[in-house]
Structures are given as structure tokens and as C-alpha cells.
Design a protein around this ligand. Structure first.
Ligand code: NAD
Length: 509
């Protein structure tokens, strides 16, 4: 069993799909690991580090891939590059298939089994494999660091002999994984933080982090969440009301961080040119949705622009700007999934194609595009293996495909999830995993680190707050209650203290 780790070729991508830690664990599982020379350089990992962990360093992609059964990557490599791997080799990474259907077909024709980690269901046993959460968490953290770097003023309140410095006001739009981490990071730096979201569940999560929740809480708001926990597309009427409320608020903010996304759609436009112009010179906006079209009308992808003295930061790969930590968590996500594909006793590849995780992420297999979201759309010249599934959305029109080219691989469905289960792709109707597979998954979690054990104790995602938790939320020391943030790769399990009373400014908006 051979596992290959490629050097990333996507411009500006400094992350890598395996670290010495995960290489060592793959070797212990019986794999021969090859790493392309320089693969870890962008994440400060040397070839010698990989070699010490048991990998063979290969000078080029061809030698790295020769005979590989599994290829680990961050971005989707070109089909021509990976064609030298073993027939049926598993390509595991963030493959970004929407809008890239041609590349998907090319991978199928090259005999590659493409597995897209963005499609990992958000169920409890797969939390350790959730690359969207691990990377969004870091993007949220890094967004505050980027804001601080261009803000040119202090975040915390300071009472000095030379006078008092007022704290920065930070407004976070979208309180999902990235937004909650941004709130927590801005609080740690001493800012006065407020946040908004269209999901009612976000209110309590924002407040648990010491943020003030700002939203139009009408009937539509109360319904605005899918069974999977994602935001719904809001009506034009709601958006207008929300825009009016947030416009007044934004005008008083020093820093606005936008993270608002709706799965499978371009990012909602939340900040207009006029709103930017209402902000004081020296204010900063960081648009974390830049990769999906941006939440801000003026965002330029991968640029920091200035408009009327307001800086707008539009980096499209913010997690890639903290590559060492991002690689560490991403590599652990991949290791956890790969572990479920290996028979640890026989030390061989043993993919259970009936496993719901495998089914959810597999895009191509045996020369065909098999994922229900894509199989119908791609003319491979061969009959599709896709099952006739009533939950599969209809084939998108040409216009939809063009629009989706801006949208990363992610999908949600209004289909009702099982209680306590959140999902990002339609639940497959396939059989449940066998006890042996469950045991293998458990072992995967144990292999990662002690954090995985901490996650096991996390409350069920959709469980309502118990009275104990509510009571705890009222005490001075607060814990994050968002289940996503209790995942093993989250860093927010630590208590977050409120600012001392005398330091709190009178106007929190
Ligand atoms: P996301 O990246 O899809 O979106 C980011 C945030 O933007 C969301 O909170 C969304 O509600 C918000 N948003 C969308 N439109 C908006 C608008 N017009 N105005 C303001 N905000 C808007 O979200 P995510 O970070 O992937 O999290 C989505 C949900 O999934 C959350 O409830 C999260 O707790 C949950 N989750 C569950 C798991 C799990 O394993 N069970 C893991 C991660 C996240």
C-alpha cells in the first residue's frame, strides 16, 4: 500500500496534505509514504522532517506517484499529473468540483477515484475529518489578525498616564465556524464585538462568546435554518430589513468581518458601496467570502483596496495565510479518513464502498463520474453509474453552472436529518456501517490526538441547551456552546472571560 503526498501547484497555496506527524501514523498503519521534494516548504516542513518520520522523498511528481494507491492533496491536481498512479488510486483532497466538471471527467478517464473532502457529512463520527470546519476556524482567527495588521490602531481599551484609548468596535457578519472564531479572537484582543446571522441558533452562540447579537428577529428569521444547520436563502424583503439595520450599525464600526455564506450559492451581498462610504476613514473590512464572490460590493479578490479611507481586505485563501497550523489540522482530517480505508491488521487498503462517508465523498470511480451531483452533468461517453436518487437535484442549466464556477464544493439539502445529525450533502440511503467499520473509525479518532477524545464528549449538534448549560452561560466565565467549535480541531474550548466592568464603554454599538 503506497501513499503519495504531492507538492501543491495552485498559485499561493502554502498548505500541504500531510505532516511528519501524520506520515508517521500512516507508516505505522503499514503504508509506504512518498513525499515530493519541497512539498512542505510553504508550511515550514523540511524534506528531512518527512524522511525522519519514515517517508521517502522523491525529486518530482512522477516518481512520487508511481504505483501510488492513495494520493493526498490540498487542491485538485490536474488529471495528467496524477495519471501515473496505480489504476483506481484514491485521490483525497479539497477537490472543488463545482464548475470544474470537465476536470472531474478527466480524473475519471485517468482511472482516478476522486474523493472530495468538502462533501464529508457533518455527522458526529466524521467531525474529526471535517476540513470545512478545521479550515474555517483558522480563517476566522486569521481574519482578525489581518484586520489588526492594517487597522493602525489598538484593539483593547487602554488607560494610560497619557490618557485613555477606546477599544475597537468589531462587527462580525455570519456567525458560523469562521465567524464564531473571529468573535472569540477579537474579544481576546480586547475589542467590543457585535455580530449578526440569519440563523436564530447563532444568537445564543454569539452571546456565549460575549458578543452582542444584531438581527431583525421576525418570523422569517425564526425559520431561517435548514435541517443541516445551514442558512437558508432569505427573501428580498428580509434582506432589505436586515440591510437597513446593519447599515446603521456598520457606520459606527471600526472593523467589519464578513463570513456569510449559503451552501451551493454565491455569497450574499451584505455591504454596499454606500455602507462602506458611511464608515470613518481608517476603518477596515475583511471579506472572508471573497472566494465566493464576496459579501462586500467593493471587494477585489486577493487584494487590499482602499475606498474613501476604508481598507477592504479580500484574500481568497485566508486559511492558507496561516499555513503551518492549517496544514497540521488538514493533514489530521485526512489521516482520520484514510485510517477508515485501511485494514489495520492486514495493513492493506480495504475501502468499504457502502460506508456513508465513502459514498458521500466519492466523485469518480472505475472510469465514471459517480457522484449524484455531477454524474448527470458530464458526458463521459459511457453510461453513468449514478443511482437514480430522488434527492439528487436536477441537472443545472448552463447559466447555473457558470454561476457555480464561483462557488466551492459544498452542498446542503432541506432534506430532514436524523435528530442530532447535521449534514452538508444529501444523506445517502445506503446501509449503515458495519461494526468492524465503526471500530476502525473509533481507532482513527484515537490515533489523531487527545483532542479527539475531548470532542467525543461534545454535546449533540442539535441538542437544546440544558438548564446546566444555560446557568453556566450566565456566569462570568463562559464556554463556547456551538457544537462545531467543540470539534477536536477547534481551539475555542477554553473559557472566554468577559471584559472587566469598568473597562466596558457606554456605547457598545
Ligand atoms: P457557512 O460557512 O455555510 O456560512 C457562514 C455563516 O454565514 C453561517 O452561520 C450562515 O448562517 C451565515 N449567513 C448566511 N447568510 C447570511 C446573511 N445574509 N446574513 C448573515 N449571516 C448569513 O457556515 P458554517 O460555518 O459551515 O456553519 C454552518 C452550520 O453548521 C453552523 O450551525 C455550524 O455550527 C454547523 N456545523 C456543524 C458541524 C458538525 O459537525 N455537526 C461542523 C461544522 C459546522
Amino acid at each position: 500500500m503506497k501513499i503519495a503526498v504531492l507538492r501543491e501547484r495552485f498559485a499561493g497555496e502554502n498548505r500541504v496534505a500531510a505532516t511528519p506527524e501524520t506520515v508517521g501514523k500512516l507508516v505505522a498503519l503499514g503504508a509506504a509514504v512518498t513525499v515530493e521534494a519541497g512539498a512542505g516548504a510553504g508550511s515550514r516542513i523540511t524534506d528531512a522532517d518527512y524522511a525522519a518520520a519514515g517517508a521517502s522523498i522523491m525529486p518530482a511528481a512522477e516518481a512520487t506517484l508511481a504505483g501510488a494507491n492513495i494520493i493526498l492533496s490540498v487542491r485538485r491536481p490536474q488529471a495528467a499529473l496524477v495519471a501515473g498512479a496505480a489504476s483506481g488510486a484514491l485521490l483525497i483532497g479539497a477537490l472543488d468540483p463545482y464548475g470544474n466538471e470537465g476536470e472531474l471527467a478527466a480524473l475519471a478517464q485517468a482511472g482516478i477515484t476522486a474523493m472530495s473532502m468538502e462533501f464529508m457529512p457533518r455527522i458526529t463520527r466524521a467531525q474529526v475529518m471535517d476540513i470545512l470546519s478545521s479550515q474555517a476556524n483558522l480563517a476566522g482567527y486569521q481574519s482578525v489578525i489581518e484586520a489588526a495588521a492594517v487597522f493602525q490602531r489598538a484593539f483593547p481599551m487602554m488607560m494610560t498616564a497619557a490618557g485613555t484609548v477606546r477599544p475597537a468596535k468589531v462587527f462580525v457578519m455570519g456567525a458560523g465556524v469562521a465567524g464564531l472564531q473571529a468573535i472569540a479572537t477579537a474579544k481576546r484582543l480586547g475589542a467590543v464585538v457585535s455580530a449578526t446571522d440569519v440563523r436564530p441558533a447563532a444568537k445564543e452562540q454569539v452571546e456565549s462568546l460575549g458578543g452582542k447579537f444584531i438581527a431583525v428577529e421576525d418570523d422569517e428569521f425564526k425559520q431561517a435554518e435548514t435541517a443541516g444547520g445551514y442558512a437558508k436563502q432569505m427573501s428580498a424583503e428580509y434582506q432589505a430589513k436586515q440591510a437597513e439595520l446593519t447599515a446603521q450599525h456598520i457606520a459606527k464600526q471600526d472593523i467589519v468581518i464578513t463570513t456569510a455564506l449559503i451552501p451551493g450559492r454565491p455569497a450574499p451581498r451584505l455591504i454596499t458601496r454606500a455602507m462602506v462610504e458611511s464608515m470613518a476613514a481608517g476603518s477596515v473590512i475583511v471579506d472572508l467570502a471573497a472566494e465566493r464572490g464576496g459579501n462586500v460590493e467593493l471587494t477585489q479578490p486577493d487584494q487590499v483596496i482602499e475606498h474613501n479611507g476604508v481598507r477592504i481586505v479580500g484574500y481568497t485563501n485566508v486559511q492558507g495565510r496561516i499555513p503551518t497550523t492549517a496544514s497540521q489540522l488538514y493533514a489530521r482530517n485526512l489521516l482520520a479518513f484514510v485510517t477508515t480505508l485501511i485494514d489495520a491488521k492486514a495493513k492493506t487498503l480495504a475501502v468499504n464502498w457502502d460506508d456513508e462517508l465513502v459514498k458521500a465523498v466519492t466523485l469518480t470511480r472505475d472510469g465514471h463520474v459517480v457522484h449524484p451531483h455531477f454524474a448527470a452533468a458530464i458526458p463521459t461517453g459511457e453510461p453513468s453509474l449514478a443511482p437514480s436518487d430522488p434527492t439528487v437535484p436536477p441537472k443545472p442549466s448552463r447559466r447555473t453552472i457558470a454561476r457555480k464556477a464561483q462557488v466551492p464544493a459544498m452542498a446542503d439539502t432541506p432534506k430532514k436529518a436524523a435528530p442530532g445529525v447535521e449534514q452538508s450533502v444529501p444523506a445517502s440511503a445506503g446501509p449503515q456501517p458495519t461494526p468492524a467499520k465503526r471500530a476502525a473509525t473509533k481507532k482513527a479518532a484515537a490515533l489523531i490526538n487527545a483532542a479527539a477524545a475531548a470532542k467525543a464528549a461534545a454535546p449533540k449538534p442539535s441538542a437544546p441547551l440544558g438548564s446546566d448549560q444555560l446557568a453556566a452561560a450566565k456566569t462570568r466565565t463562559r464556554r463556547v456552546i456551538n457544537p462545531a467549535m467543540l470539534a477536536p480541531d477547534a481551539t475555542l474550548g477554553q473559557p472566554v472571560r468577559r471584559p472587566r466592568k469598568p473597562a466596558a464603554p457606554k456605547d457598545n454599538t
